[in-house]
Design a protein around this ligand. Structure first.
Ligand code: NDP
Length: 390
């Protein structure tokens, strides 16, 4: 039986992962399941799968979790340290699907144990890509991409040589506002930003898709994971979300991955890698689809893409600043303190502030330094928002 842990089990990726495990229950032993506020879901899944331990990120939720697990034999724990402890428990495969920089410490701990990490939590690669990749290499641990674009690139590279890759093209649906008049974007509401045309995902990544902050993170993730240069990475708007990525080789050939917009594709590939097993996803009927549509992303609509290029050019801990600032700007948008387009403005301003502090961005990439600069970026955003709202 394969030993599996799922970090962020109560979320969209976590639930899709459990859906796949459920189809072949006898093959898996669940070690740890983690969640945040959704104690009822966490406890129900931990009971169903007979998990060894269930962990909520929030210490205040521990009594509720204990109560929900009473008599089940499942251990209950809470807090950031408990998440890291759970990641140190022996497992064959760990799904990293916490949302945000909070996923970094448990993911890093899993790699330190030499565990295979299925990585949906792109934020950790953006914040600390070199640290994660170096840890994986030192421990002989494998990171398997779960983001659909990166899974697509990973699949297109099977049997190929990275040295022969000319470019990597990741596609973007364009999000909820791809066809809106630019002048209307500033007034986009939370409800409008929270609905995705193609994918059914958590709220934060859905809003990040509308602003393309998600694609900006993915561009950086591509650089960190595949080690290509920023100039080799392109973004292509593809409203249908059927072609997930393309890899261009030096002979001009483009290899692409097509599939229904269903995260169980990428999760299943990572779960069964290097094998392919049957997955319960829709099969594409290309004749019925008829046409595939592509266009270049508009710079004015998606300033986050320009910021990603600047962050990659800056290097150091700029990725952690960018991610922390954009996560906090998103908190403020969700809370109604910031307009939709102001998220990019505030993120850019926070980056400039932290960059102006001598030495900070060039500190060594350790978990402590990344955590510290992430916190500084969030505080810079809070200050900027307070100034804007007067
Ligand atoms: P969700 O918001 O649906 O789920 C997030 C999970 O993280 C939940 O289990 C949540 O718990 C938990 N969580 C929230 N805050 C914290 C915290 N501070 N500490 C620990 N756990 C926390 O997100 P998604 O499943 O959509 O996304 C998860 C990750 O996967 C993200 O990094 C996202 O970018 C990436 N991803 C997602 C895709 C998708 O299709 N959804 C596609 C590709 C990548 P609770 O809900 O109980 O509060």
């Amino acid at each position: 039986m394969r030993k599996i842990s799922i970090f962020g089990a109560t979320g969209s990726i976590g639930q899709n992962t459990l859906d796949l495990l459920r189809r072949d229950r006898a093959a898996y032993h669940v070690v740890a399941l983690t969640g945040g506020q959704n104690i009822a879901q966490l406890a129900a899944d931990a009971r169903e799968f007979g998990a060894e331990i269930a962990v909520t990120a929030h210490e205040a939720q521990l009594p509720a979790l204990r109560e929900a697990l009473a008599g089940s034999g499942v251990e209950a724990a809470a807090g950031a340290a408990a998440l890291v402890e759970a990641a140190s428990r022996p497992a064959d495969w760990i799904m990293s699907a916490i949302v945000g920089a909070a996923g970094l410490a448990p993911g890093l701990k899993a790699l330190e144990q030499g565990t295979t990490l299925a990585l949906a939590n792109k934020e950790s690669l953006v914040c600390a890509g070199r640290l994660l990749m170096a840890t994986a290499e030192a421990q002989g641990a494998r990171i398997l991409p779960v983001d659909s674009e990166h899974s697509a690139v990973f699949q297109a590279l099977v049997g190929e040589r990275l040295a022969e890759v000319e470019r990597i093209i990741i596609t973007a649906s364009g999000g909820a506002f791809r066809d809106w008049p630019l002048a209307d974007l500033a007034n986009a509401t939370l409800a409008q930003a929270s609905s995705h045309p193609n994918w059914d995902m958590g709220q934060r990544i859905t809003i990040d898709s509308a602003s393309m902050f998600n694609k900006a993170l993915e561009v950086i993730e591509t650089r960190e994971f595949f080690g290509v240069s920023p100039e080799q990475i392109e973004v292509l708007v593809h409203p249908q979300s059927l072609v997930h990525a393309l890899v261009g080789f030096r002979d001009g050939a483009l290899m692409s991955h097509l599939g229904a917009p269903d995260m169980r594709h990428a999760i299943g590939y990572a779960l069964h890698w290097p094998d392919r097993k049957h997955l319960p996803v829709a099969r594409l009927d290309l004749a019925a689809i008829g046409q595939l549509e592509f266009r270049a992303p508009e710079e004015a609509r998606y300033p986050a893409l320009r910021l990603a290029r600047e962050v990659m050019a800056r290097g150091g801990l700029a990725g952690a600043v960018f991610n922390g600032a954009k996560e906090r700007a998103l908190d403020h948008f969700i809370a109604g303190h910031l307009g939709f387009t102001a998220m990019a403005e505030v993120t850019e301003a926070a980056l400039a502030r932290i960059e102006a502090e001598p030495g900070l961005i060039d500190d060594a990439m350790t978990l402590e330094n990344v955590t510290r600069i992430d916190d500084l970026a969030r505080k810079a955003v809070d200050l900027l928002v307070a100034q804007r709202t007067g």
